[in-house]
Design a protein around this ligand. Structure first.
Ligand code: SF4
Length: 372
């Protein structure tokens, strides 16, 4: 460790408890490493973070802060590493944020002595959902393909692909999903138990779309990065979190393919246990969403993509009733449709457990379908 150069931090108490202590970046990397848990993943990745953030290749760095627990760890790491204050922090207010998250941002600014710029997208979630449609079940494939089929006036017909493609020639991929024609079942409708049977009996009467994700969240970061002001984009994705967000990447870092900016994910290799070790050793404080409301994760409040959105709604009703009302207005039809689908699955699972050789694409259900 002797070769490490100056970097680190110490906390200066403000008189009350340590939650409001201001943390300064200084001292040596050796000192900083001593504040970290004895954990190889943490130490290795901290060293990588230091080398990325302090690389002369990067003059200006953008980091997106969400106010969630991963973001808390990432901010702690980055403020320890950013000796030249090259990082600008941004929080995207999607229009559906917990007050606890907003309050937490104020706390983070004090604790780390940084400015977190609050920005609002051109299309906040309520407006994006109103214009494009409501997210349902998952982003890809369900919402994306249902949106496409709706756009082409699909009648949710139970017919063979060859017949449907004649009628809807622009919907090749979406019909592949509907008729279970994709090579990977991840992109076939049978990946969601009884979804096709449910839709045929209950065609959606509202517009479905995953577009609020792009319009309300990603567009802001793209606007910042496309300004040409920044040469590194830093954000808090972890491989272990699973889902489409993490499987989109294969490493903690990727170079720009267009020569504009690189991307870095300081927590990419952190498993849950590494994160816990870090939080304990570095006394990381999370927002009230975790400590008081008992949520396991934060993000857009009540997003219908969340498997546990019903639990989240209960939490919102109790702690943030205005947000509860807003989410119910914005995602009303999607919540109702998801509830009806879940009820349908619960009621029909047994009868569909029998092999059905006549199903579209000759698909035979197995016990594994019911373990998904
Ligand atoms: S996470 Fe959900 S609510 Fe938030 S932008 Fe994406 S789809 Fe919309």
């Amino acid at each position: 460790m002797g070769q490490y150069i100056a970097i680190g931090q110490y906390a200066e108490p403000t008189g009350d408890n340590s939650n409001t202590a201001v943390i300064h970046t200084q001292a040596t990397l050796f000192d900083a490493l001593e504040t970290l848990p004895i954990n190889q993943t943490v130490a290795d990745n901290f060293t990588i973070a230091w080398s990325k953030i302090n690389s002369p290749l990067y003059k200006k760095i953008l980091c997106t802060i969400s106010g969630g627990s991963d973001s808390d760890v990432m901010l702690d790491i980055l403020t320890k590493c950013d000796k030249d204050k090259k990082i600008e922090y941004v929080f995207c207010n999607t229009g559906l944020e917990y007050q606890a998250t907003k309050d937490h941002l104020d706390e983070l600014e004090k604790r780390y002595d940084v400015k977190i710029q609050r920005v609002r997208p051109k299309w906040p979630i309520p407006a994006a959902v109103k214009k494009y449609g409501q997210p349902f079940l998952n982003k890809r494939p369900v919402s994306e393909y249902m949106q496409r089929l709706q756009k082409h006036g699909f009648q949710w017909e139970d017919k063979p692909y060859e017949e449907l493609i004649q009628k809807y020639p622009q919907c090749q991929s979406a019909l592949g999903w509907w008729c279970n024609k994709h090579q990977s079942d991840r992109f076939n409708i049978r990946n969601n138990k009884l979804l096709k049977e449910f839709i045929i009996r209950n065609p959606p009467t509202f517009q479905i779309s995953p577009k609020c994700c792009n319009k309300s969240k990603k567009s802001i970061v793209h606007e910042f990065m496309d300004s040409g002001k920044y040469d590194l984009d830093v954000y808090g994705v972890r491989k272990a979190e699973g889902g489409a967000r993490s499987t989109a990447y294969h490493n903690c870092f990727n170079c720009s393919t267009k020569g504009d900016y690189d991307e870095y994910r300081p927590l990419y290799w952190y498993k849950n246990s590494d994160k816990e070790d870090y939080c304990t050793a570095c006394n990381i404080k999370h927002s009230r969403c975790y400590t008081e409301y008992g949520l396991k994760r934060t993000g857009c409040a009540g997003c219908p993509f969340g498997r546990d959105f019903e639990e989240e709604l209960k939490v919102m009703e109790k702690f943030e009733p205005n947000l509860f009302v807003a989410a119910n207005n914005i995602f009303k039809e999607s919540y109702e449709y998801t509830r009806a689908y879940r009820k349908f699955v619960a009621e029909h699972s047994k009868e569909h457990a029998k092999p059905d050789l006549t199903a579209q694409g000759g698909y035979q259900m197995t016990i594994f379908d019911f373990l998904k």
